[in-house]
Design a binder for this molecule. Structure first.
Ligand SMILES: C[S@@+](CC[C@H](N)C(=O)[O-])C[C@H]1O[C@@H](n2cnc3c(N)ncnc32)[C@H](O)[C@@H]1O
Length: 249
């Protein structure tokens, strides 16, 4: 079975034991490139959905730890971040997420850490929640920017560079992959629940009392994102990554 981030926190004990082996460390380089190499030192950064502070794992990360604010719905990840980066700030945000925090509080407002941010970054966060959740959160995050601040988040275009095929191939037979690709061929956005259940142009449906560790992946075309969030610009993936970047300066 393919391990996704959610399994490292909510999966079986065997899956959780793999946590330290699965740390992705390319997020800083990704945003640095997409944002044209900003002068990071001294800039306050909110890493929205930052998990345990993966952005800081890159030795080249130029964000000062005291200026870093990591916010996430997984309490354990926040605890781990605090242990690993004692000078940084970590905030637990106990908001409902169908996959990462199904016991969380629905519609909980984004906490106010009492500072405004020069950068708000979200890597692969809105790729795991409904369009409604994302729209609400993006509106709230824009309110947290300092004057001249930048909000940047990633999304995945299903039709770009075989992105959706790659995801489907993780959990489906070759025949089923072709069938699901045909069903999603003209979709402007789509979601995939548990790696196998496709919802085209829809956020999908799931049981709110989820016992299994549900994965939830959502995909938007560049054109759809431009229409939904017209006040930003969109950049194609860089550094061989799969994710597009939406940026509001
Ligand atoms: C795929 S992980 C990416 C983590 C991190 N950004 C990284 O690049 O390593 C998605 C993260 O988003 C977090 N998340 C999901 N819904 C959230 C929400 N409403 N608010 C904040 N974080 C959320 C999850 O708990 C998880 O840590």
């Amino acid at each position: 079975m393919t391990i996704e981030e959610v399994h490292l926190w909510r999966g079986t004990p065997e899956q959780q034991a793999l946590r330290s082996q699965f740390a992705k460390t390319t997020q800083f380089a990704y945003f640095d490139e997409q944002l044209d190499h900003p002068d990071w030192p001294g800039k306050r950064v909110l890493d929205f959905g930052g998990n345990k502070g993966n952005l800081l794992l890159d030795p080249a990360c130029a964000i000062r730890h005291q200026d870093y604010y990591g916010l996430d719905v997984i309490g354990e990840a926040i605890d781990e971040g605090r242990r690993m980066f004692p000078d940084a700030h970590f905030i637990h945000y106990d908001r409902y997420n169908c996959s990462f925090n199904p016991e969380g509080v629905r519609d909980l407002p984004v906490p106010d850490p009492g500072v405004e941010f020069d950068f708000i970054l979200a890597y692969s966060v809105f790729t795991h929640m409904t369009l409604e959740e994302m729209t609400d959160l993006i509106a709230q995050l824009q309110e947290r920017l300092a004057r001249g601040g930048v909000l940047a988040f990633t999304f995945i275009d299903p039709h770009w560079n075989g992105n959706f095929r790659w995801r489907l191939e993780k959990r489906n037979s070759a025949d089923r992959v072709e069938k699901l690709l045909a069903q999603s061929r003209d979709a402007r956005w789509c979601s995939l629940v548990n790696g196998t259940e496709l919802y085209a142009n829809s956020s999908g449906a799931w049981d709110s009392q989820v016992e299994d560790c549900v994965t939830y992946n959502v995909y938007y075309t560049e054109e759809f994102m431009r229409e939904q969030f017209p006040n930003g610009t969109i950049k194609k993936p860089v550094n061989n990554e799969m994710q597009h970047c939406w940026i509001k300066r």
